[in-house]
Design a binder for this molecule. Structure first.
Ligand code: GRF
Length: 200
């Protein structure tokens, strides 16, 4: 099974997935390609260092549909089965979703549906929740909205600031994403009424 990773920045989720695969956590999976919409993103530089197929596909001068079509073409070229958004800071268009139906995953640093969008950890702190966490979900046409695969809870501590809470959530993200990829690649599930149900 071939994974395609899309990122825009630091790439710590990509690195965690790559390390977990290297450690044999999903023997049937490999990273076929890493794509960034931003040149010089730390994540894409790390992919190059690791000798992975790494591409920068910038959106400048392209419509969203054109940019997504270029990304889909690249993913197809590398025969990708499952697309993992890992800090990819762009909305995905219907063209993309139609090419990979129920085959695009995203990770978000809150317990959705709470705090979608940017700065989820700051939103959680400002709201005063006592528990936050992370969510891995299928991507649909709405922001941070698709069917939830896996969530991990993280307590919000009285002394937390945005940096400390983000760091504690990130540690769980690095575990959760690989687990969710494994769950999806197993194929042993069905989706019913927005619910991910494991087949018996
Ligand atoms: C993570 O917090 C992820 O949940 C969110 O963007 C951040 C990406 O971090 N979607 P990284 O680039 O994987 O380090």
């Amino acid at each position: 099974m071939k994974l395609g990773i899309l990122l825009s920045g630091r790439g710590s989720n990509f690195i965690a997935i790559a390390d977990n695969l290297a450690a044999g956590q999903i023997p049937e999976a490999e990273i076929a390609v890493v794509i960034s919409n931003k040149p010089y993103a730390a994540g894409i530089e790390e992919a190059q260092k690791r000798g992975l197929n790494a591409h920068v596909i910038q959106s400048k001068g392209l419509s969203r549909a054109e940019h997504d079509a270029a990304i889909v073409a690249c993913l197809r070229e590398h025969r990708v089965d499952l697309v993992c958004l890992a800090g990819y800071m762009r909305l995905i268009s219907p063209v993309f979703l139609e090419a990979f139906p129920n085959r695009v995953l995203n990770i978000h640093p809150s317990l959705l549906p709470a705090f979608p969008g940017l700065d989820a950890q700051r939103q959680a702190l400002e709201y005063g929740v006592r528990i936050s966490g992370c969510t891995v979900h299928f991507v649909d046409e709405n922001l941070d909205h698709g069917v939830i695969i896996l969530q991990k809870a993280v307590p919000v501590l009285p002394a937390d600031d945005e940096a400390s809470l983000s760091q504690r959530i990130l540690e769980q993200e690095h575990v959760a994403y690989t687990e969710a990829i494994k769950m999806v690649l197993s194929g042993e599930y069905e989706i019913k009424d927005r619910k991910y149900l494991k087949k018996k």
